[in-house]
Design a binder for this molecule. Structure first.
Ligand SMILES: O=C(O)C(=O)C[C@]1(C(=O)O)C=C[C@@H](O)C=C1
Length: 352
């Protein structure tokens, strides 16, 4: 028979354990200055949740274990050393959902109005961390993020993969929609559906999908491409769910910060470099990576403002900069590059 007292006792025990954990974290932070830090706590939560599947295989699935532990880690850290995390707002943008999935609800999440403002907030130290979209599986790189990564004043300290299912949201039915608002990347991820179902309707670019939902909530006839969470928050009807052209639509977000995470055992490293404008210079860099057995997971070139034919390059590969092959490659690269920066070594991201 249902015994509420027993459940309350179990819940009390869980809270007592969390309280013990929080006091331990507070004591560590007092003794050791900077350690432990929030991103390392998140990496540790991942590890513990994954390993617990072997020791406690039954019951709660791995994704739920990770999520519960992330919330506990962030709540403990927040109680000891409050920190804010900047994201492209307003609330219920995909960046917000990614930040919630990674940092949990215990962290104070701080909406800002552009990707550049996330970099500024972290660079100035107003926020300890920030979340920015970096690449989408349908639409490719996020130009604003790449542009700011070339400034090089913040590190990448983590990675988040978020499945993106876009929805057409409005106060009006499909037949009465005259404009569709959203961030250019979101409009592009749905361009096939929009061309088929709303041909000729004006597309209006906004700073984020949640900003589009705010606009749609103010004016009948405007629709937004945004998340289901945004539909609930801004009181919009879901005119059509899942309008992304590619069902496997995933956006990769970078966590920005100032620390350099310790190796977690499953890491990635991101490098930024420039080369001289002469034959074979990019091939020489690739040769160094090949010679050290580094298998690229991402490569991008980005034009250098005001310098025709000159580019920044960004590459990513598995491994941490403290691992011998990565250390050796980084040591060999200055000879082949004009400018080289390690943007970060960080735990490989999971879907949140
Ligand atoms: O506008 C948002 O909601 C965002 O968080 C930005 C962003 C992006 O620029 O890629 C993030 C995920 C989706 O790919 C669409 C939009």
């Amino acid at each position: 028979m249902h015994d509420p007292t027993h459940l309350s006792q179990l819940d009390q025990e869980i809270l007592d354990l969390i309280d013990r954990r929080q006091r331990w974290v507070a004591a560590q932070l007092r003794q050791q200055g900077d350690s432990p830090n929030l991103t390392e706590g998140m990496a540790e939560a991942e590890r513990v949740a994954t390993e617990s599947m072997a020791t406690i295989p039954a019951g709660i699935p791995a994704a739920a274990r990770r999520s519960i532990l992330r919330h506990i880690v962030s709540a403990c850290y927040q109680a000891s050393r409050p920190e804010r995390v900047a994201f492209l707002g307003p609330i219920d943008s995909y960046s917000h959902l990614a930040a919630l999935g990674y940092f949990g609800e215990g962290t104070e999440l701080s909406p800002v109005s552009s990707i550049g403002a996330v970099f500024d907030a972290v660079g100035r130290g107003d926020c300890g961390h920030g979340i920015v979209p970096i690449e989408n599986s349908t639409d490719g790189r996020i130009v604003d993020t790449l542009g700011r990564l070339t400034h090089g004043n913040v590190n990448i300290t983590g990675e988040i993969l978020l499945a993106i299912h876009h929805n057409l949201l409005s106060l009006s039915p499909l037949a009465e929609i005259t404009q569709v608002h959203s961030k250019p990347q979101a409009l592009s991820q749905c361009r096939g559906w929009l061309a088929d179902h709303l041909p000729g309707v004006q597309l209006v670019e906004t700073a984020s999908t949640a900003a589009a939902a705010e606009a749609a909530a103010q004016t009948p006839g405007i629709a937004a491409v945004a998340s289901l969470a945004a539909a609930r928050r801004y009181g919009l009807d879901v005119v059509q769910p899942s309008i992304e052209d590619n069902r496997d639509n995933i956006t990769r977000f970078a966590v920005l910060g100032s620390e350099q995470p310790e190796p977690s055992g499953d890491d990635k490293t991101t490098l930024l470099f420039e080369v001289q404008h002469r034959p074979g210079t990019v091939a020489d860099v690739m040769g160094v990576l090949r010679d050290h057995g580094l298998n690229l997971t991402w490569i991008e070139s980005f034009p250098k403002p005001g310098r025709p034919n000159e580019y920044f390059f960004i590459v990513e590969f598995p491994g941490h900069q403290s691992e011998p092959a990565v250390t050796a490659a980084i040591a060999a690269l200055p000879e082949q590059t004009q400018h080289l920066a390690v943007l970060g070594s960080y735990p490989r991201g999971r879907k949140v």
